[in-house]
Design a protein around this ligand. Structure first.
Ligand code: TYM
Length: 331
């Protein structure tokens, strides 16, 4: 079992990232060989400010370590420090089909109506993502629900490449998605859209860097409905905001939604929201404190990323070489 996953170093880490991916990465560290990276090349597919991107890579590395990624157990690195990723991505661009990429919902959402004006990188983004995992022969890729389609594409690319060149080089990776709401944490302002870095409303998401007061305030203002909470999760159908908040409570406390409802059945959100704020703060505050400390030591963070990159370069080299050989280049 080899686990590989990445996160774009754009914006601050939010509760969706944490519950959907990062805290699950942390748990996998003791069970498998793990590689985690900052997808800084993916960040180039939209407009970037170079000064901000540079700082964000370090900040996101600090946020991952503060959340429990342990560089002694996992290989942590920046994608751009391992040229095998974009090199393999180029080879795989001969395998991926336009039609496959055209079906990607993230491409459709992000390009919107302005396809002619979207960067080429935004379109071929999932091919680089496929290279990210195939280059290490990852078996499991822990991600939130929104990335499932990209990992399935990586499987298709792996299978087609192996078939086309009659090799058994690539391993088709499994998207490894958490259960319950954690797989898709929704916006606090709209239960129909996911919590996202790109939502213009700060109130739609909780950041790892938010103070206790800000967390409590965002949850107090979270959109809800006037009905009391039921005693059965099935009865939350048709109440997306209520379902999301109950799901967040379950994910931050480690309970099931049914257990959460047992505690709050018959009560309104006036009682539920302060309890949810307390539980969320109990989870996030210690991580935030660690993040603040880690920021004081940029040299240490750079050292961790450099050591991680050195290891990743070594692990990626044989697969890249085999891929070149398979297509008739290098010997
Ligand atoms: P990114 O940076 O958008 O998100 C990082 C991880 O957080 C998960 N996530 C969520 N999970 C639950 N609810 C949400 N509201 C939510 N928002 C984000 C994402 O599913 C992801 O697991 N393309 C990827 C980065 C990437 C990658 C890879 C991932 C590049 N190469 C290779 C896996 C393997 C992305 O933009 O994730």
């Amino acid at each position: 079992m080899r686990v590989v996953s990445g996160i774009q170093p754009t914006g601050d880490l939010h509760l969706g990232n944490l519950l959907g991916a990062i805290l699950r990465w942390v748990r996998m560290q003791d069970e498998a060989e793990c590689l985690f990276f900052l997808a800084d090349l993916h960040a180039l597919t939209v407009d970037v400010d170079p000064a901000i991107l540079r700082g964000n890579v370090r900040e996101m590395a600090a946020a991952l370590i503060a959340s429990g990624i342990d560089p002694a157990k996992s290989t942590l690195f920046a994608q751009s420090a391992v040229p095998a990723h974009p090199e393999l991505a180029w080879i795989l661009q001969g395998t991926a089909r336009m039609g496959w990429l055209n079906r990607m919902t993230q491409w459709k959402d992000k390009a919107g109506k302005n396809r002619e004006g979207a960067s080429v990188g935004l379109f071929t983004y999932p091919v680089l993502q496929a290279a990210d995992v195939l280059v290490y022969k990852a078996t499991h890729v822990p991600v939130g629900e929104d990335q499932k389609q990209h990992i399935e594409l990586a499987r298709d690319i792996a299978v087609k490449f192996n078939n086309d060149f009659d090799v058994e080089l690539f391993v088709a990776p499994e998207p490894y998605i958490g259960g319950g709401t954690a797989a898709r944490v929704m916006s606090l302002r709209d239960g129909a859209s996911k919590m996202s870095k790109s939502d213009p409303s700060e109130a739609s998401r909780i950041h790892l860097t938010d103070s206790d007061d800000v967390i409590a305030q965002k949850l107090r203002k979270a959109k809800t409905d006037p009905e009391p909470l039921p005693d059965d999760p099935e009865l939350l159908a048709g109440r997306p905001e209520a379902r999301n908040l109950v799901g967040i409570m379950a994910a931050v406390t480690g309970e099931s939604p049914a257990a959460v409802l047992q505690r709050f059945s018959g009560q309104g959100f006036g009682a539920f929201k302060p309890a949810l704020a307390d539980a969320t703060i109990a989870l996030l505050a210690p991580l935030r404190e660690r993040l603040i400390e880690l920021r004081n030591d940029p040299a240490m963070l750079d050292g961790i990323l450099a050591a991680g990159a050195e290891k990743a370069v070594e692990l990626a080299a044989p697969t890249l070489h085999e891929a070149y050989r398979a297509v008739g280049l290098r010997s």
